[in-house]
Structure formats: C-alpha cells, structure tokens
Ligand binder design. Sequence first.
Ligand code: HEM
Length: 487
Amino acid sequence: KRRRSAAAPEHGLRLPPGPWQLPIIGSLHHMIGKLPHHAMRDLARRHGPLMLLQLGEVPTLVVSSREAAREVMRTHDAVFATRPMSPTMRALTDGGRGIIMAPYGAHWRQLRRITITKLLSARRVNSFRAVREEEAAVMLRVCAAAAAESRAVNMRERLSELITDTTMRAAMGDRIKDREVLLRALDEAIVLAAGFNPADLWPSSRIVSWLSSAVRRSEEIRQTSFGILDEIIKDHLERMKRGDGGEVEDLLDVLLKVQKDGELPIPLDTDVIKVAITDIFAGSETTAPTLEWAMAELVQNPKVMERATAEVRRAFAAHGSVREEKLVEAGLQYLLLVIRETLRLHTPLPFLIPQACQEPCRVLGYDVPQGITVMVNAWALGRDERYWPGDPDAFRPERFEAGGGSAADFKGTDYELLPFGAGRRMCPGLGFGLANMELALASLLFHFDWEVPDGAKLDMTEAFGITAHRKSRLLLRPILRVPVPGV
Ligand code: HEM
C-alpha cells in the first residue's frame, strides 16, 4: 500500500510515515470498529514509532516507542509542553484557563506552581487524611451490609462515590449547595472532553459545528458549573470573613487566599479559580476506574489477591482497621506493585493528555511540523512485547520485584511506563491519586475476601471514553473476614 504523510509535504521536509488517507476523513477509516488506542497500536506496528495521522482535519503525531516518547517528553520537552485546543475543550475550559489545558506560558507556569506547592503538595495531601479515612469507612459499611446478606456490591458505584465524595470534600468542603447538579455537569464534561466528535475533527467547518451539539452543550455545561461554583465561592468568602473555615482548609479556601494575598505576578481571577477547581475533579476521574480494574484483576488472579491480602492483614492485624498513618509506616510494598501493574495494563488515560508541537522540530530523524497534535500511546507502551517480554498482557506485579524482569516505575523517567506522563506537564496529582488508591484497596482487602458471584470469568473489555474504564460493571461479593468498625 502507498504510504502518505498526514501533513502536506513541504519542500525538503522528511515527515514521519503514516497510513493512506481519504479526502475529508483523513485516516479515520483505519480506526473504525476499534478503540482508538488499539487501532493506533495496530497502525504503529506497520508504520513505526512516529506516525502521522490525519484525524479529520487535525494532523496528529502518534508516539509508540520508548525512544520516541523520551525524545518528545525529555529531549524536546519544552517544544511539546503545550496543549492543542479543540473547540469543545475551549468551551469547557474557558479557553484553556485551568492548568490541564492551559497553553504553555506564564499563566500555566503560575498555576502549575500554585498547584504543586499549595494544592497537591505532599503536606496538603496529608491534610486530607481524615477525609479519606471517613469516606473509606462509609464504603466499608456498605460492603459489610452486602456481605451480611450475601449480596454482590456494584464496585463501580461504590468506588466512584468514594472518590467523588473524597475529592469534593478536599476541593470545597462538605457543605455544598446543588452538589448533584454540579456532579452531573462535571460528568457530562468528561464525556464531551473525550474528543473524537465532529466539531473537534473538522473545526473549520461551519456546517459541522452548526450540526454538532458538542460545543453548544460544552458552553452550557460550563455556565451551569460556573453558576454553582459562584455560589460556593460566595459561601466560602463569607465563612472566611466570619473566621469559620471548617476543620480542614479545602482547596477552594487555599485558592481564595492566594487570590486575596495578591502577591502574584498575574492576578488570579475568579473564573480561573473555577476552572482550576474543575480541573481537580477532572484529574480525579482517573482514580475510580483504576481501582475498579485493580479489583477485577485481583479476583481474576487469586495468587496475587492472596499475597496482597496477606500483606495487608499482617500489617494491620493488631489495629483492626486500616489507618493511613500506619499505612505509610507499614509500607505495603506488594500492594503498591499491584497498583503499578494495574496502571501499566489499564493506563487510565491511554493517550495521556494530548500535547502540541510549538515550533518545528526534528525527532528520530523526522521533521515534526509546528502546531501538530501529539498523542503518546502510553497504553500501547505498557503492553509492548519489547519492554515486557514473554507476558505483556499478564497481570503479574512480581515483574517489578528484584529479578522480576522490570525495574520501571511511573515517576516519569521510564518511558515504557507512563501512566502519569512525563516532563513539564506530568501529572501533579500523583500523590493525591495514590493516597486514595492505596487506602481504598488496602481497606477492601483487609476486611473482606472477594469473589465473582456465579464464579464466572469476568469480561475485561474496555469501553470507549477519555478514560479506559470497564465496559461491563464489576459485581463482586464480599465475604467478611475482619469486622468493620461501627457495624
Ligand atoms: C490514577 C490517577 C491519575 C493518573 C493516571 C493521572 C494521569 C495524568 C496524565 C497522564 C496527565 C498528563 C501528563 C502529560 O501531559 O504528560 C495528567 C495531568 C494532570 N493531572 Fe493527573 N492523573 C491521576 C490523578 C490525578 C489527580 C487525583 C489529580 C488532582 C487531584 C490530577 C491532576 C492533574 C492535573 C491538574 C494535570 C495537568 C497538568 C498540566 O497540564 O500541567 N491527576 N494526569
């Protein structure tokens, strides 16, 4: 077959290869019937680790090897440190004013600094310890009730509720008006953000944008959530004035204080605070699906489940429940590897968050044009036979132990394992996310054994969406082994 480059071949440029294209749809026909990250892995096997696609009108560079990822995220990190802005994203994020979608520059740099030093620092994450423990206890009580009646638990519901409630309390406390409306708006925003909708694929077409409701709807959603956040901010400011800030300072308090102090080079306006708070929810969307996959893999792999359970029960036998303070002391090594292995196989953001090339650049001998969207197929890297020889698809946390075959970790320096990305735009919520995941998993395994209700094999199919979640819901029956306090 004839290979064609996605971007117009300019004079003397050596563009990366890619599959043949059709008018208007570009390369999209190569992806029909498959999940995008699966389709792009299959295409990359034929066209190579740097591949040009044309997704509708949008020229896209797909990165699919460790070496190519290192070039993009380390060697040329600054060149690729901006985000492409689709019409839907522009509407949802008020033109990229939050941290996730902000173009690279002074505004992003300032928000990133505030996020790292004040919102998601280790100290701040620790300050929400009690919130996490209380919410985990709520989940455990629901599981204990199910166990008492030999009922199965809908894990997706329980885990989503756990993460949503924990995040909500950390972000803006627990006295929230219109909580349900806000959560529904945020949920819908996540679906719209997945892209691959006509308005984002053909941004220049007026007919398409007129026919597609995505941008209109995104605008409405932002207005709804901004309206609710206005009220919440008003409440916070009144409480701060009264000196009644609640027990734990929440993230909105922190941002409002930063705003009031007024010591920033770029004043923090209230709309930016609203998008920044929304970003915290968006970032947390990855956590519950990861926990659900972890539980699914554990029940499918009884030996792993046994070892992880034994480790938690040994560490907390004397306490009768999992306490986060002790969790850190106990250092549940194996459980952490279970999480690492889950993130490898079920990379929650299969393409990370798209980046864009800010200036013409050479990568692995190819010319990469300015403005092109860059997608790193982290999911494909995590399952690549070259980096995980022998059993790339097997769930085997032991692979990360000494002599187990891989020393890779997800800290952004091992480019075959990139669930949190790497470089300047790497996830600043790693600590926040891990704290939630560790406590939740340790608690579930400490108190209960888990089984599939009819002993059937689980369906491990993934659903379409910006996060790689399970297609079928996960129903598991808990069997109480250690009493849940207060039940
Ligand atoms: C399992 C948990 C999580 C995973 C796998 C994950 C993954 C990612 C990835 C892949 C990126 C893009 C990195 C890049 O472009 O190189 C990212 C960015 C980001 N994440 Fe996370 N994330 C998680 C949890 C969280 C949590 C809990 C929060 C907030 C509380 C959060 C906040 C953010 C923010 C604000 C960014 C944007 C950073 C920027 O553009 O400068 N994440 N995350």
